[in-house]
Design a protein around this ligand. Structure first.
Ligand code: HSE
Length: 402
């Protein structure tokens, strides 16, 4: 018998409790022994909810109980999650979490603490919700050098961009609709400014390249400046715009970035719509492989958390080898990142000047009432773009996925 304690009875915690109850015999068979929820920790009471039987308000009850083999941390945020997970690992309990802030900031350190105590720290649900991506990266794609990861890792922004594209509605209108439907928070900053995707790509970049990538070092641009006019141009060239997290290995340097990108239909991420997430991994031997599914929500996210529980039970007495050292990996700047750009500048009759400054470009004809010139450049570094753009009144510029 394995005793589990769930820290937090919110959206994900209640999903974990339900899955461990509803699918218990299936999960126990897969794990190799019976898995039981002994405690759920929350400050609140839940009158009439079956959780009442196992609800506790004091974390010490869990930490001091030697029968608890494993904690599931689904509280979110850095504190007290960090203190609780560290204490659990230090007292010989494995920990599984969906908490991307915690993993991005302390993942390497918590893996080291887990190894020192011969237990496991797992975090499948921290990136892509229910989509398996952490275990595929650490257990399956072990042969290839990862050349690049491109991910749509935020459902809220993908929903907003999809609606802007399909319905021609502007950002503010779609954001309000997303808030009304519960797809966007009342304070949407973490999603629309790209901070949520930034934590997730920090985790994937650290795992792909085996050293700590600090999310503070990652160039992050959100979707608030994307307009319906940008999508009108995309319709003319048969492309879309998606918020991507990118990890890329170039000669002697690693890049990690979050920004909106123009995407063409030959990229499998092109058709990822609404709240869905997808992560495209490019290996040097395997080529492209894509992971697609629900990146948020109670049961999808909890399903990934419980898959970690099963893995931890199967590995009792050993620590899984996850290569993520706390040594810091320096990230190349956005000025050095190379990509084509979609650019809109104010004014017409500028073709010669545009060619002179940007080199070879593909012009896109726009609505003449806009009084602007739009084009797509060849591959430029960020600093080459900045230099070329000097002297133009830039309305919009969006990187283009290669
Ligand atoms: N706000 C996040 C999203 C939730 O929209 O994808 C999952 O991290």
């Amino acid at each position: 018998m394995v005793n589990v304690a769930i820290l937090g009875y919110g959206t994900v915690g209640s999903g974990v409790f339900k899955i461990l109850k509803d699918n218990n015999s299936h999960i126990s068979r897969r794990a190799g022994e019976e898995v039981r929820v002994k405690y759920v920790l929350d400050l609140r009471d839940f009158p009439g909810d079956p959780v009442e039987e196992v609800l506790v308000h004091d974390v010490n009850v869990i930490m001091e109980d030697e029968e608890v083999d494993l904690v599931v941390e689904v509280m979110g945020g850095i504190e007290p999650a960090y203190t609780f997970v560290k204490r659990a690992l230090d007292t010989g309990k494995s920990a599984c979490t969906s908490n991307k802030e915690l993993v991005a900031k302390h993942g390497a350190e918590l893996l080291e603490i887990a190894a020192a105590n011969n237990v496991n720290f797992f975090f499948e649900a921290s990136v892509g919700g229910g989509i398996p991506i952490i275990r595929p990266l650490t257990e399956c794609l072990t042969v290839d050098h990862i050349e690049e990861i491109q991910g749509i890792m935020n459902g809220t922004t993908n929903y907003i961009l999809t609606k802007m594209e399909d319905e021609g509605a502007d950002f503010d209108t779609v954001l309000k609709d997303a808030q009304d439907k519960g797809y966007a928070e009342r304070n949407p900053e973490a999603d629309v400014e790209g901070y949520d995707a930034c934590r997730k790509i920090a985790i994937l970049t650290s795992l792909a390249y085996e050293k700590q990538v600090d999310f503070e070092d990652i160039y992050t641009e959100g979707i608030t400046r994307i307009t319906t006019v940008d999508f009108d141009y995309m319709k003319k060239i048969g492309a879309s715009i998606k918020l991507l997290g990118i990890a890329r290995k170039a000669v002697g340097i690693t890049y990690s970035m979050v920004a909106p990108f123009v995407i063409y239909p030959d990229n499998p991420l092109y058709s990822v719509k609404d709240v869905f997430n997808a992560i495209l991994v490019k290996g040097d031997m395997l080529g492209d492989v894509m992971f697609y599914g629900k990146g948020a929500g109670s049961l999808p996210t909890a399903s990934a958390v419980v898959s970690d529980v099963v893995d931890a039970v199967k590995r009792k007495g050993e620590t899984a080898k996850i290569l993520w050292s706390s040594e810091k990996r320096l990230i190349g700047s956005a000025d050095a990142f190379t990509t084509p750009y979609f650019v809109r500048v104010k004014g017409t009759g500028l073709e010669d000047k545009v060619r002179e400054k940007f080199g070879k470009v593909q012009f896109i004809e726009g609505d003449s009432s806009l009084n602007e010139t739009a084009f797509i450049t060849e591959v430029l570094s960020g600093s080459e773009y900045n230099e070329a753009a000097e002297g133009f009144d830039v309305v919009s510029r969006i990187r283009v996925s290669k």
